[in-house]
Design a protein. Structure first.
Ligand code: PA5
Length: 411
């Protein structure tokens, strides 16, 4: 089970009565219909619908995933962390860089591809652009409109948006993103579950892991440490600690940091408030950002994730007669990771840097499910403490409006 400890010299400032008030209002938030992500572990219908789509298209050799923001970062995280044992070749169309897209499409045989278009709104320009390009490419290889249903699956709002309309008009299978779940909270919906199934991941294990965290948070006694963490983050925020470093000691969780960045930034950064997320991963970033984390401005809290056991390992034994080799020789590679993790944790504490030490037993779907629901729930609670709405993103609309204006002016 995922667990965490606060390692910090900072003392909590929030009074017990304020804490009790927030816990109560947070429990109400989680129970409200507006918050769908929290109840996903019980939504077996969505999983069944996703499994049926997987069954139908599992002969496909390429999986082209078109989406951006919350419609891409979650699936990329799942694949990055859990790998792909199925042999299906994944292509993520997650940006609008023509050179990048052209390189990615070079290796694809479109006739063997499933194109998964993911957009909650069904109107996001970058995703629409990706879909248009793929439609044009299909036309070039002779695929006609009545055959689109054999190449496309959509994932979108159950009722609204252009993608839903096109799905109806063209007879394309469309999976639901429940209306009460926004993009960055959607990884455990078909948004992430379908790519996970195609990669050979047991999607059910992800949901079962998330369910453990759900139960944990609902238990007033053991859930206490979760609330303590959120209050502590809020206190730190009020003392000017306004940056959050997410640093798993695992290359495979690099995309977890990227996913967390969007969740934390887009949910909490509003009304002049927010905590700036900083993605990192160990041990690599010890040779990059760690100097800043250790001795730079005291404005950062670090989340260090320890993966307690790795699936594989390497011996470091060596015949080289040199101290830098012989010191490593009795150990395995995972033990060097452990040593570097512990060393950094100790040094950060000695320097009075606030740290949260998270631990998962291994990189398996159930533990990733736990890490996901943990971060989502923490985001919502910190949002409540900062008095911001974690579910909207009004700040990104202005840029979109100007981009649209530009397009109209340059027709
Ligand atoms: O979290 C969010 O809601 C956003 O970041 C969206 O995921 C992103 O803007 C993509 O939107 P859509 O899924 O509607 O295409």
């Amino acid at each position: 089970m995922l667990n965490w400890n606060i390692r910090s010299p900072h003392q909590p400032q929030t009074s017990a009565s304020t804490q009790a008030r927030f816990v109560e209002s947070y429990q109400r938030t989680l129970a409200s219909e507006a918050v769908g992500f929290f109840r996903l572990p019980q939504n077996r219908e969505l999983l069944r619908a996703t499994e049926a789509v997987h069954q139908r298209f599992q002969h496909k050799k390429f999986f082209i995933h078109i989406g951006i923001g919350g419609s891409a970062l979650g699936p990329e995280m799942l694949l990055g962390a859990l790998g792909n044992s199925s042999g299906v070749d994944f292509i993520f169309v997650n940006n609008i860089d023509p050179d990048d897209l052209s390189r990615k499409l070079e290796r694809v045989d479109l006739k063997e591809a499933l194109i998964y278009v993911v957009s909650k709104s069904g109107t996001t320009a970058e995703t629409v652009a990706g879909m248009s390009i793929l439609l044009n490419q299909l036309e070039k290889v002779g695929v006609r409109r009545e055959q689109y249903k054999d190449y496309f699956v959509f994932c979108t709002d159950p009722e609204r948006g252009e993608l839903r309309r096109l799905a109806r008009d063209w007879g394309i299978t469309a999976l639901d993103i429940p209306a009460n779940i926004g993009g960055r909270f959607s990884v455990l919906t078909p948004v992430g579950l379908l790519p996970a199934l195609f990669a050979g991941v047991r999607a059910q294990d992800l949901l079962e892991g998330a369910e453990n965290i759900q139960k944990h948070l609902q238990d007033p006694t053991i859930g206490k440490e979760f609330y303590e963490l959120a209050f502590w983050l809020k206190d730190l925020h009020d003392q000017g600690v306004v940056q959050t470093v997410m640093m798993p000691y695992s290359s495979l969780l690099k995309e977890y940091s990227a996913w967390f960045v969007q969740l934390w930034a887009e949910s909490l950064g509003k009304n002049g408030k927010g905590l700036t997320p900083v993605p990192a991963y160990g041990a690599t970033d010890q040779h990059s950002q760690m100097q800043l984390f250790m001795e730079g401005p005291r404005d950062k809290v670090l989340f260090l994730i320890e993966v307690e056991s790795f699936e594989t390992d390497f011996s470091l034994k060596s015949q080289v007669d040199s101290e830098c080799f012989t010191i490593l020789a009795p150990f395995k590679l995972s033990q060097l990771m452990k040593a570097e993790f512990e060393g950094t944790l100790m040094a950060l504490q000695e320097n009075g840097r606030p740290v949260v030490h998270l631990r998962i037993p291994g990189l398996r779907p159930e533990y990733l499910g736990q890490l996901i629901l943990f971060a989502e729930c923490l985001t919502v609670l910190v949002g409540e403490l900062l008095q911001v709405d974690p579910f909207n993103q009004p700040g990104v609309e202005a840029g979109k409006k100007y981009a649209n204006k530009w397009l109209k002016n340059h027709q």
